[in-house]
Write a protein that binds this ligand. Structure first.
Ligand SMILES: NC(=O)c1ccc[n+]([C@@H]2O[C@H](COP(=O)([O-])OP(=O)(O)OC[C@H]3O[C@@H](n4cnc5c(N)ncnc54)[C@H](O)[C@@H]3O)[C@@H](O)[C@H]2O)c1
Length: 425
């Protein structure tokens, strides 16, 4: 199949790099987003998200006219849906964005078109949700138009490279749809492209993230067990991972982001009778912020009027993504217990923190505080000169939830350092 014009609905972390990549490879791309701020930023030559290398890339294709952004859908050979799939209420999948995007395609759908859903979605979404909406066009799915599901598995911070190099799975509602999806993505994908059914591709994506979630949960439990038994979990994991068939992940203050903390709920919602382990893992990871807050209380006692400097709010190191971040949860909980929290997030200085205040630099965050609480292992924090850290702050108490700094070194400098998974308090 040939693709001269492609529409991408949703210009976020996934849609914008994907749109730019197709445009860079010579396809005429129409990017569509419902958020006026996204379009305004792009039209002014700015980006609403942080991703290394993306700004120049987007500039290039907007300037040469290969990427055009709009708030409406344009007729195209293929339509890609890359809108959010968050959860709502009791951790239920919110498919309203996917449904709205599909509805917006209906008036433009023509015979021979291909529609691809990229948004992470519960099993059978393509067949049970998208087919009925798209068939409102009067066209038959799999015959008049083709329909596939292709999940995105890129790593934020490495999106432009991984989009091209990663293996990509494309599941069709029939084999013609899967093949058309393969024809589309081979425009830029250099990794292996595997075709399968839409339901398999949906499962693959959620299985990957659930696998990671369960493994982080076990690392978090190991950290609690290590504290109980007077063991340093970081050392124990390092040694255990020397075993050729063991790869334990790192414990931490919880699991966040748009994927790992969300996707396992899609399984729990779809099949509650079959997901006891997955649910337990989610509960362990979701309780980790409370665990950290409890540790801080044990160090500082009553938190009323205590000052706490939080380093890092992102859900993982070196990204500006704060969605579902456990660090925000921890800040909220500390503030509600009466603490004054000052947070420093180098990737999002202007973040509108509901509870607590934002510092514009490290010095301002830690200069007057009762405790430095490290929640994200940003490189900027990792590489800090510890003597400088000592000079910048009035406190000598640190709680490190991500094993970022060397304990003996800090102790030599006169710090009292507590680490997640090391010290039973
Ligand atoms: N961010 C990641 O690292 C990542 C990785 C793998 C998969 N995913 C999945 O990809 C999907 C998109 O995630 P994201 O991180 O790009 O989200 P995002 O929030 O960064 O971007 C989504 C964009 O879609 C727009 N949008 C919402 N409704 C729309 C509609 N009806 N029509 C057009 N645009 C609409 C929003 O305004 C937003 O700009 C999600 O399902 C997510 O789970 C994300």
């Amino acid at each position: 199949m040939n693709f001269e014009k492609i529409s991408i609905l949703g210009l976020g972390y996934i849609g914008l790099p994907t749109a730019s990549m197709f445009a860079y490879h010579g396809v005429q791309v129409y990017g569509m987003d419902v958020n006026p701020k996204v379009l305004e930023a792009l039209n002014q030559g700015r980006l609403h998200i942080h991703e290394p290398g993306l700004l120049e890339f987007v500039h290039n294709v907007i300037n040469n006219g290969k990427l055009v952004v709009n708030d409406f859908v344009c007729p195209s050979d293929a339509f890609i849906i890359a809108v959010p799939t968050p959860f709502y209420g009791e951790k239920l999948a919110d498919l309203s964005y996917v449904k709205n995007a599909a509805e917006a395609i209906v008036p433009h759908l023509k015979k021979g078109n291909l529609v691809v859903l990229e948004s992470t979605s519960p099993p059978l979404t393509t067949q049970n949700i998208l087919v009925p909406i798209l068939e409102k066009s009067g066209l038959k799915a799999g015959e008049d138009f083709l329909l596939a599901y292709s999940p995105e598995r890129v790593l934020p911070g490495q999106i432009l490279r991984e989009l091209v190099e990663n293996a990509r799975v494309i599941g069709g509602i029939n084999s013609e749809s899967a093949q058309a999806g393969k024809d589309l993505y081979k425009i830029f994908v250099k990794g292996e492209i595997i075709t399968t059914t839409a339901a398999t591709a949906e499962m693959v994506k959620i299985m990957e993230n659930t696998y990671r979630d369960v493994n982080i949960a076990i690392a978090n439990e190991f950290s609690r067990l290590s504290e109980r038994f007077g063991v340093d979990v970081w050392e124990a994991i390092k040694i255990a991972n020397l075993h050729p068939r063991v790869n334990i992940l790192n414990p931490g203050p919880g699991v966040g982001g748009h994927c790992i903390s969300v996707d396992p709920w899609f399984f729990v919602e779809s099949a509650p009778d079959l997901t006891k382990l997955i649910l337990a893992a989610r509960q362990v990871n979701d309780s980790q912020p409370d665990f950290v807050v409890n540790q801080v209380e044990k160090i500082l006692g009553n938190l009323q009027n205590k000052k706490i400097a939080v380093l890092g709010l992102a859900y993982k190191p070196d990204v500006d993504d704060l969605r579902e971040s456990p660090a925000i949860d921890i800040v909220t909980k500390l503030s509600k217990l009466g603490a004054f929290v000052t947070a420093f997030e180098p990737f999002k200085l202007d973040f509108d923190l509901k509870y607590g205040q934002m510092a514009q630099n490290l010095g301002d965050a830690i200069k007057e505080t009762d405790l430095i609480l490290v929640l994200v292992a940003h490189s900027e924090f990792k590489n800090i000169d510890l003597v400088k850290l000592k000079n910048l702050s009035n406190t000598n108490v640190i709680y490190d939830a991500v094993n970022i700094w060397d304990k003996p070194k800090l102790e030599d400098l006169g710090f009292q350092i507590f680490k997640l998974g090391v010290s039973e308090l």
